[in-house]
Design a protein around this ligand. Structure first.
Ligand SMILES: [Zn+2]
Ligand SMILES: [Zn+2]
Length: 156
């Protein structure tokens, strides 16, 4: 983390709020992974992780359900809403959390990429695609209120 970066703990959790956690130490090694397993596990073009020593991830509400996606690693997710939350290589004293599940994901900029053999051919063009803000999209679609069920990005 750079000077001026907020200090731990950093909180996060799943979309529904059944699982909440805290990183009680500064995470290291933020990265994205394009591997085919991360594409499936995230239901997304790639996943983004940062990690801490196993003891520095503390669950403050609920616990993830685990799926052993290989003999090497287990992935934790919320059984109620499906949000991918953790990745851990068995026997290693380190656990990764999905950057998107942190309450302030902007703090954790990826510094490296993994699984580059599976980078989707359109990945590099994503940042240049035309875009619009959600509020503008809602206004254009004449939707006044989505009735948000997502847990807020803070402790409750
Ligand atoms: Zn959930
Ligand atoms: Zn991966």
């Amino acid at each position: 983390m750079k000077p001026g970066h907020p200090a731990p703990p950093f909180a996060g959790g799943c979309q529904c709020g059944a699982v909440r956690y805290r990183l009680i130490a500064a995470p290291t090694g933020a990265g994205i992974c394009h591997c085919r397993m991360c594409q499936k596990a995230g239901g997304a073009p790639f996943m983004a992780f940062t990690g801490v020593k196993a003891a520095d991830l503390v669950f403050t509400r609920g616990t993830p359900t685990k799926y052993a996606s290989s003999d090497l690693a287990e992935r934790g997710f919320c059984a109620a809403c499906g949000t991918p939350l953790t990745y851990q290589i068995k026997g290693l004293n380190r656990i990764s959390v999905t950057i998107g599940s942190l309450d302030d994901p902007a703090l954790f900029a990826p510094g490296e990429q993994f699984g580059t053999e599976a980078i989707l051919p359109w990945f590099a063009a994503l940042a240049a695609l035309p875009g619009q803000r959600t509020d503008d999209w809602l206004r254009a679609a004449k939707i006044d209120d989505v009735g948000n069920h997502q847990h807020p990005d803070r402790e409750t």
